[in-house]
Design a protein around this ligand. Structure first.
Ligand code: S3P
Length: 177
């Protein structure tokens, strides 16, 4: 079954997704990269030249086609979850929320010129607004602030290959619904 990783910028979706895909033996798809591949343009250029709304529509089309395709581990962009149609597209997949605090997220990504959302003056509000959407759409939430990607992948792998009835002990994932 396709596993989708969601969460704010800097949550580690791409790093963890790549490792998890390796462990599960399935392809990894990064939605941002897939958008760039399909359009031949960078995320930054799409934001700058066409605006965020157009980016969101493109993002939605790509998410929909990727989750309908072959089994994979998929890393969403941090804002994909804001599109109602994308939330519907996620209903048939295992969606996992990688939690990151606002402070940690900024610490990890603040100098990246390829993240146009960092220019938003209301970024903290955007972060707050998305938290409910991440948890509502996820079957599982896992904290990432103080943990190494490999530890998280280990827990996720254990959870995914178990009966899904309980979370591993001690610092492991917690079900969000
Ligand atoms: C965005 C996050 C980015 C990328 C785009 C918009 C957002 O992905 O999709 O810059 O709205 O939070 P990452 O979460 O992989 O950085």
């Amino acid at each position: 079954m396709t596993v989708v990783l969601s969460g704010f910028m800097g949550a580690g979706k791409s790093t963890i997704g790549r490792l998890l895909a390796e462990v599960l033996g399935v392809p990894f798809v990064d939605i941002d990269q897939e958008i760039e591949l399909r359009t031949g343009r960078s995320i930054r250029a799409i934001f700058e030249e066409d605006g965020e709304e157009r980016f969101r529509r493109l993002e939605h089309d790509v998410v929909r086609s990727v989750v309908a395709g072959e089994v994979a581990v998929v890393a969403l962009g941090g804002g994909a979850i804001e599109h109602a149609g994308t939330r519907v597209a996620l209903e048939g997949v295992v969606s996992i929320h990688l939690e990151v605090s606002y402070e940690k997220a900024l610490q990890r990504v603040q100098h990246d010129p390829n993240r146009p959302m960092l220019l938003r003056a209301d970024l903290r509000e955007v972060y707050e607004r998305r938290q409910l959407l991440y948890t509502e759409t996820a079957v599982l939430s896992i904290a990432t602030d103080a943990r190494a990607p490999r530890e998280i992948v280990h827990d996720l792998h254990r959870w995914l290959t178990s009966s899904h009835l309980g979370a591993p002990d001690g610092g492991g994932p917690t079900r969000s619904n």
